[in-house]
Write a protein that binds this ligand. Structure first.
Ligand code: ZN
Ligand code: ZN
Length: 223
């Protein structure tokens, strides 16, 4: 079912309370999950230690360690707001060009390599996403005729997707990651889309609940 909605009805969720503009480099306070532009939030935290929205103290001495880039939110904003990404990239390149500096977003980055060899090399050398924001997950089986995981509490990168979790379950209970399509993953009885990141699931389905994020798996049910 496709439904058209006006961008203005979403504005409150995708604009920064500090500058009233659409999020640029959306950055979220990890404690309360309020989001701002990175530059707005960093500037605010030079003077204060509190979240601009809820006024909770983020951290007495190192608030910058408790904020993190919110790729999912930024992707949503760029998808929803026409031309924002292009305009912002142009503005940023001009900023660095005027100062005779390379634009950081134009420098090669590991996750952009699609050449297989390079990707493998980068993977081997990388930290396996341990430096990413982490999510605590409890992954439980909801049917009796399916094998249960020996360890249901796992900790993984917030950038991991539902497909990654399906592959994990397939490897553990079906003895092969290639069988991942035979698995369903649910949260609050709702089937989760394969491309959702755990960050997205957490923010949209578990925002006001205590960790861990509780997910369930079962053999795929054809609807
Ligand atoms: Zn802002
Ligand atoms: Zn807050």
């Amino acid at each position: 079912m496709e439904r058209k909605i006006k961008l203005i009805t979403l504005n409150a969720h995708i604009t920064c309370k500090i500058c009233s503009g659409y999020f640029i480099d959306a950055t979220t306070v990890t404690e309360c999950l309020h989001t701002f532009c990175k530059s707005c939030l960093v500037k605010h935290l030079e003077e204060k230690k509190t979240c601009p929205t809820c006024k909770n103290v983020i951290h007495q001495s190192h608030p910058l360690q408790y904020i993190s880039f919110d790729r999912t939110m930024q992707d949503i904003v760029y998808k929803l707001v026409p031309n924002l990404q292009g305009n912002e990239m142009r503005r940023e390149r001009e900023f660095y060009k005027a100062r005779n500096m390379p634009c950081p977003k134009d420098l090669p980055q590991n996750h952009d390599v699609d050449d297989n060899d390079k990707a493998n090399e980068a993977h081997a050398e990388s930290d396996y996403h341990r430096q990413d924001e982490q999510v605590n997950v409890c992954l439980e089986c909801i049917t009796n005729n399916f094998e249960h995981l020996k360890r249901r509490f796992i900790r993984c990168s917030s950038q991991a997707t539902i497909t990654h979790l399906k592959k994990f379950v397939a490897k553990k209970v079906l003895n092969g990651t290639e069988k991942y399509r035979e698995i369903d993953i649910l949260c609050n009885d709702e089937l989760l889309g394969k491309d959702h990141t755990l960050k997205f699931v957490y923010v949209t389905r578990w925002r006001f609940r205590d960790p861990p994020l509780r997910l369930q798996y079962r053999p795929k049910v054809d609807i």
